[in-house]
Ligand binder design. Sequence first.
Ligand SMILES: C[S@@+](CC[C@H](N)C(=O)[O-])C[C@H]1O[C@@H](n2cnc3c(N)ncnc32)[C@H](O)[C@@H]1O
Length: 287
Amino acid sequence: MKASITRTISNANINQTGQSAPPFGDAPFDGQILNPHVEQFASFFFAGELVKIVQKNGAWWPSKHAQTIGNALAQHRHVVCGKQVFDLATGLGVLGILAKKLGARHVDASEYKQEFLDAAKFNANLNGVDFRDMFLEDWLNFSPKTLYDLMIANPPFFDVTDPNRRTYIDQTIRNAPRFLRTGGELLLIHSSMAGFAETEQQLDDAGFHFEIIASDRGLFREAYFSSEAGFIEYCRRHKGFDLVDDLPIEELRVYLCTLTALAKISHEPSGSAPVATSVEELMFVTA
Ligand SMILES: C[S@@+](CC[C@H](N)C(=O)[O-])C[C@H]1O[C@@H](n2cnc3c(N)ncnc32)[C@H](O)[C@@H]1O
């Protein structure tokens, strides 16, 4: 089956800096492996909203996942408009920049390498917006300075070296409540290959109400087959992928997850949370 996967990736639309022509052409296809040492660029359209991105410093190029969650955000503008937003692991900044262009009040962003934050900042300038704060941090292993209305997350999965490949998804669901105000929202995307059933159970356990606001189906990226262990894992997942005409098809889902008051209470670090003994008190202490 591996051999029968059609090559869908094309270099045709890649531009490179140094050309005198107007730089921002079509986005490269999903899964494009970009040379981190070459500055490449593309325009991404999210329901008509334009974000220009330059590849810099080897930061993660926006994939089909980013395009799908970005489109969902642009089509649900009320989720972001006027809100305090945290763009977790911003990569080249595409989703945070989009959030700001869609009317977010502030957008903060994080990454684990300074050069990635620099690249995101460069792209924000290019689009005429800014990030308020940028945090050099390992995923969500830090304490937020403020609580957010919205956290946007497109966690790594297929290129994760941890034997538990869901590790970033699991950590996101577990830690997001520390970063969100009561009623705040987590916008999360991942593939069927990471297992939707596990995610939905964990969201439930963490006290989120959730709905699927967008989904998409498409061919696997070739890069998914770079690891034999990964391939075995995708095969094991319940409905990890479908075969259509012998071609592997994955589903992407965008979850909009709302943090309930009860969940917020249970995630406060012990000792710091006011204890509620009634529903009325609960409303009061979480307000
Ligand atoms: C799937 S990419 C998403 C990037 C961007 N949000 C987007 O949608 O295009 C995952 C991002 O997680 C970042 N990352 C990986 N491990 C990390 C860690 N331990 N702490 C913080 N960020 C990490 C990567 O640098 C990468 O930018």
